[in-house]
Every structure is written in C-alpha cells, then in structure tokens.
Design a protein around this ligand. Structure first.
Ligand code: SAM
Length: 301
C-alpha cells in the first residue's frame, strides 16, 4: 500500500520517507514529531510498523486538529468534506473564497481540508493578521470525495488509538521526550521562518533550536533532523554546529525547476542529521551522500 496523504501539504516529506526511514531503529516505543506538518513520516513509519505509538505536534493548531479529526473520526470528516466539495460545483471560484473566509472565522477542520485540497500547491500562506490567504488552483476541483474518503480511512487505520496530538512550541515537546523515543524533526527552513515569511504559521530561532539539540544530546535522546536546503554551491540556512557531534547525510533531491529552466545543472540537496545516541542504536554505517531514484530505489553516491 502507498502511504495515504489526504492532506496536501507543501514541504511534506512523503517522497523522501523511504530514505529517511532507513536510518530509524528497527522498532521504537514512540515516534515523536515536534514539527509534524502533515505527519508524513509518522504515517510512513506506521505503514512499516516502526513504532508502537506516535506523538504529532505542530504549532499550527488548525492543522493538528484536522489530522486528529481524520485519525479519530474518519466517517465524519469524510462526509463533511464530500458535502463541501459537491457544493462548489458550478461556482468553484467564489465558493473557495467563501469557505476560506469561513475557515478564518471558525477554523473548522472540514473547511481547512477543502481549502488545502483546492489551494495552489497545497501551500499554506497567511497574511500579517494570521489569516489563511492562499489562492485557489483554478485548474483543479480538489481531491474527489471518494478518493479522499479512501485515504482518510487508510490514515486513520494506521494511527488510531496510538497517537497523541498537540499544538505546542517544539521546545515544550522536547522537554518531555525520553531515551526510548525516536524524535524526527523537520523544522521550517531558516530562510522561510522569519516573521515576514508567510509560508508557515510560525518560525523558530536558530539559536533556540541548537540549544534544544544540545539538551537532547545531554539526555541521550535519539533524533533525526531534516534541515538545510542546498542548491548547487549555495546553502540555505546555517549548517548545524560541529559541537553537536551529528552525523550529516546529504540527500540529492534532484534538479530545481528554476535551475532546469535556466539550463543549469545545479542540483538541490537536503541534509539529514543523526544524533549521537541514534548512531549507537542503529546498525548501518550511514553514507555521506545518497539519492532517491524516481523508482523509489536508493542510490549511494
Ligand atoms: C517543514 S514543515 C513540516 C513538514 C512535515 N515533515 C510533513 O511531512 O508534512 C514545518 C512545520 O513546523 C511547524 N512549526 C513552525 N514553527 C514551529 C514551532 N516553533 N514549534 C512547533 N512547530 C512549528 C510549521 O507549522 C510547519 O507545519
């Protein structure tokens, strides 16, 4: 079975999940995602039976409420989505705006699911008042209710009765993890996390993040981080400092669209960092650079 993804979310790690999971211990008591987004890594982990329990946290409360509703009440959210989806027919553009305005007032999960399904690239964007302001993709009507229902039930079956949901700052989550957990962190990229940026609801400070990682090391916590982006020789964001003693793996994720348009050969990389405690737990010696082929196979470089 392919990993279900009822929530389209720009920045989802769904495509890279097979590669990232390669560095997970064979089984963990709990997988904790302080920056869960759409929870793609937990979903992929549950599909491969990598843990007993899951903890999904994200500062974006409506997003976490939506995932929780999908997991705990799949029938209700599916039928509400179908009703909203069907109502748009014949007046797609105005209706999207209507649902978006309603979502900004009441933050209902079904409205959020619909606007995420219909908006440009599943990309969340907020204005300075914290209101969702992304435009609709007018070429699409959003995932059909029958397909949405199928994916919602698949996701619910994977995570129901073994997942907790919260919406705290990542630091509050990290202060409650223990040595049996595996923590997977996918924070917003540095270039996208300052106040002016509308890409995510909130950002974080690099120094706070490093300080938290240092604390995790002191407490022998196993963790993995997806962090900086690198296009050719240009790096987006500071690399994590050496004193943290992390094992860095560069993942070749392909050519960027801009680079291809310009006829350039620049390749985009993402980093994965493995914590010292995790390195002691896993058996494989990580490669320095890897790529995921379109077939989903891993290629060592
Ligand atoms: C790159 S996305 C995670 C994507 C996720 N891995 C997936 O597969 O969908 C980063 C997430 O961090 C959340 N976030 C930003 N600042 C945060 C903070 N201080 N504490 C917790 N979550 C935060 C954002 O709302 C966003 O959903």
């Amino acid at each position: 079975m392919k990993a279900p993804q009822p929530i389209p979310y720009q920045g989802s790690k769904r495509a890279l999940a097979p590669l990232i999971l390669r560095y997970f211990p064979s089984f963990s008591t709990r997988i904790v995602e302080p920056f869960a987004g759409s929870g793609a890594i937990s979903v992929a982990s549950a599909l491969r039976n990598k843990a007993e329990r899951y903890w999904l946290n994200d500062l974006n409360k409506p997003l976490i409420s939506l995932i929780q509703e999908i997991v705990e009440n799949p029938e209700i959210i599916s039928s509400k989505y179908a009703k909203i989806w069907n109502k748009q027919l014949g007046k797609e553009r105005e209706y999207y705006k209507e649902v978006r305005a309603r979502f900004n007032k009441s933050n209902k999960p079904e409205d959020f699911l619909f606007i995420l399904a219909r908006c440009v690239k599943g990309a969340v964007r907020y204005n300075s008042n914290g209101e969702f302001n992304q435009s609709p993709d007018n070429r699409r009507k959003g995932k059909r209710p029958s397909n949405m229902e199928k994916e919602i039930f698949q996701l619910s079956n994977l995570l129901k009765n073994r997942t907790v949901f919260s919406s705290h700052d990542f630091k509050d989550v990290l202060s409650s993890v223990n040595v049996e957990d595996l923590v997977y962190m996918d924070p917003p990229y540095q270039g996208t996390s300052n106040k002016k940026d509308s890409r995510y609801l909130a950002g974080l400070k690099f120094h706070d993040f490093v300080e938290s990682l240092n604390q995790l090391n002191d407490n022998q916590i196993s963790y993995i981080i997806s962090y900086d982006g690198k296009l050719g020789n240009k790096s987006y964001g500071d690399v994590l400092p050496e004193f943290l003693n992390l094992n860095q793996i560069l993942i070749e994720v392909g050519r960027s669209t801009t680079a291809t348009l310009l006829g350039s050969d620049e390749i985009t990389y993402e980093s994965l960092y493995l914590s010292p405690a995790l390195m002691n737990k896993i058996e494989i010696v990580p490669e320095k650079t890897v790529a995921l082929k379109s077939s989903g196979q891993l290629q060592l470089l």
